[in-house]
Design a protein around this ligand. Structure first.
Ligand SMILES: Cc1cc2nc3c(=O)[nH]c(=O)nc-3n(C[C@H](O)[C@H](O)[C@H](O)COP(=O)(O)OP(=O)(O)OC[C@H]3O[C@@H](n4cnc5c(N)ncnc54)[C@H](O)[C@@H]3O)c2cc1C
Length: 364
């Protein structure tokens, strides 16, 4: 018999929510969750944690809808979780972009200005308000999930997976501890560690790449009424991180094919110049108050849609990730898609061939 029915490799927000989804749907499978470090040590710890109800494609809109409901349910079940509803403001030149991108549940509504006088709206740019936005301290949320999971699974931290060998009956994971773990099915949720030699040959055909992500911390305290301001034409946003007492400015950095282990986590002069140039177009006073920030990276798929897919002929190894800077906001839906692929019956149906909550059938 295998050591575990399902082994989840990677204890970030996606891996933890995959384990959470599996054990919530069915308490019977023996689940192991492994991380080479402590949980929430990767991209999840550095995440800005913004969830907004939008998506550029039909699938992402579906994932966003599912995730929004799932986070609302988690927050209702445990109000101490660090998930905070937030007012939403969008700036865009093209009204059709707002209509195309935002879910109807976001109820985009034209507005005159962004409240608070923080940003100047450039000529030719419209302002909208919306609903259904929240942000989380993703590191703390991931740790809280791991705490609730601990009695329900085998949590093995500081245990690096050094090779993944799919076989006819199960998958053998070789571990940094010198031992092995066999599992009937394995979920790889490696965040930006796509090139880990343990699974690189399995993951390479996905064509996913790793991009640097930079966000600046703005040295100004948000008020309870402040909301997120999304600069649609820049793929950037200003987020009031109330729990940390400052704003965060996220913009799009185009530095590709970085390695999470060797990436310089310090802000570079080029990072600051690019971010200041972008922020100055809307809020020059804030740009002057940005001297610190966070630098890490994330995995992106060729289509910019997240990937949930089997990697081996036997269908025993499933990849979940490459969410392209949206791994927090889409994680619950990716977890549901993963559980569907693993044939874990959606809660309440009792039948593995019923359509799952994301529309997929659980039987392959
Ligand atoms: C600065 C920044 C801002 C962001 N802002 C947002 C945002 O506002 N909204 C949003 O939705 N998303 C955002 N993201 C993206 C989001 O944070 C990621 O998509 C998400 O955290 C990915 O989660 P994950 O679980 O896949 O990866 P990770 O959190 O990186 O977890 C992967 C885990 O795998 C483990 N691991 C790696 N190799 C091995 C091995 N060999 N053996 C065992 N374990 C291993 C690592 O230790 C790590 O804990 C942001 C990302 C960054 C960097």
């Amino acid at each position: 018999m295998s050591d575990a029915d399902i082994a989840v490799v990677g204890g970030g927000i996606i891996g933890c929510l995959v384990a959470h989804e599996i054990t919530r749907r069915d308490p019977r499978p023996r689940v192991a969750l492994l991380d080479r470090d402590v949980v929430a040590s990767g991209a999840s710890r550095r995440s800005a944690g913004l969830h907004f109800p939008r998506g550029a494609t039909e699938r992402v809109r579906r994932l966003s809808t599912h995730s929004q409901a799932a986070y609302a349910r988690l927050a209702a079940e445990d109000p101490t979780l660090p998930i905070h509803p937030l007012p939403l403001h969008m700036l865009a030149a093209d009204p059709a972009h707002i209509e195309r991108t935002y879910l109807t549940t976001a109820r985009p509504t034209r507005a005159e200005q962004v409240p608070g006088g923080l940003v100047a709206v450039p000529p030719g740019t419209g302002v909208w308000t919306g609903q259904g936005c929240q942000y989380a301290d993703v590191g703390a949320l991931t740790e809280a999930l791991a705490t609730t999971l601990r009695p329900r699974l085998a949590l093995r931290e500081a245990t690096r997976v050094t090779s993944v060998e799919p076989g006819p009956r199960d998958v053998t994971l070789h571990l940094s501890t010198g031992g092995t773990l066999t599992a009937s099915r394995v979920v790889l949720a490696p965040g930006p560690w796509l090139a880990d030699p343990a699974w690189e040959p399995l993951v390479r055909p996905l064509g996913a790449r790793v991009k640097k992500i930079v966000a600046l911390h703005v040295d100004r305290a948000p008020t309870e009424d402040d909301g997120v301001i999304v600069f649609e034409d820049e793929d950037a946003f200003l987020l009031p991180l109330r729990h940390r007492g400052h704003w965060l400015f996220s913009y799009t950095c185009q530095e590709w094919d970085v390695d999470p282990d060797t990436l310089d986590r310090g802000l570079s002069a080029a990072d600051l110049t690019q971010a200041h140039a972008c922020l100055s177009r809307y809020a020059p006073a804030l740009a002057e108050r940005t001297t610190s920030g966070r630098v890490f990276c994330d995995a992106y798929s060729p289509t910019c849609e997240p990937i949930v897919r089997t990697l081996d002929d036997g269908g025993r190894v499933v990849f979940a990730g490459a969410a392209g800077g949206s791994g927090y906001r889409l994680a619950p839906a990716l977890a549901a898609e993963t559980a569907d692929l693993l044939h874990i019956a959606p809660e309440g149906t009792g039948h593995p061939d019923q359509p799952g909550p994301t529309g997929r059938r659980t039987a392959a």
